[in-house]
Design a protein around this ligand. Structure first.
Ligand SMILES: [Zn+2]
Length: 91
């Protein structure tokens, strides 16, 4: 038997870096891109324009409008961010 390498595909959330795991099998990698994308979408992952978001990282509004939650950096209150900037400045 020859040894060969095969490319596997997985889906990772662009926001929180969580890796998609198929609910039933626990697999995180699939042999083809289409299967992993379909499986992830079935589990409410959002995949568009080659960006992937887990169900925790986006919100579906009333008109099916999809909002990606802000990143943790954006979650910081504005004055906290300014304070950090000042700290960096004076160091
Ligand atoms: Zn996520």
């Amino acid at each position: 038997m020859a040894i060969f390498e095969e490319t596997m595909y997985g889906v990772q959330c662009d926001r929180c870096k969580k890796i998609y795991e198929e609910y039933h099998s626990g697999s995180t990698v699939f042999v083809d891109k289409e299967s992993v994308m379909e499986a992830a979408q079935d589990d409410n992952w959002l995949i568009e324009d080659s960006k992937c978001y887990c169900p925790d990282c986006y919100e579906c509004g009333e008109d099916d409008e999809i909002t990606i939650k802000p990143t943790q950096e954006d979650d910081l209150p504005k004055d906290e961010r300014e304070r950090q900037l000042l700290k960096d400045f004076y160091q």
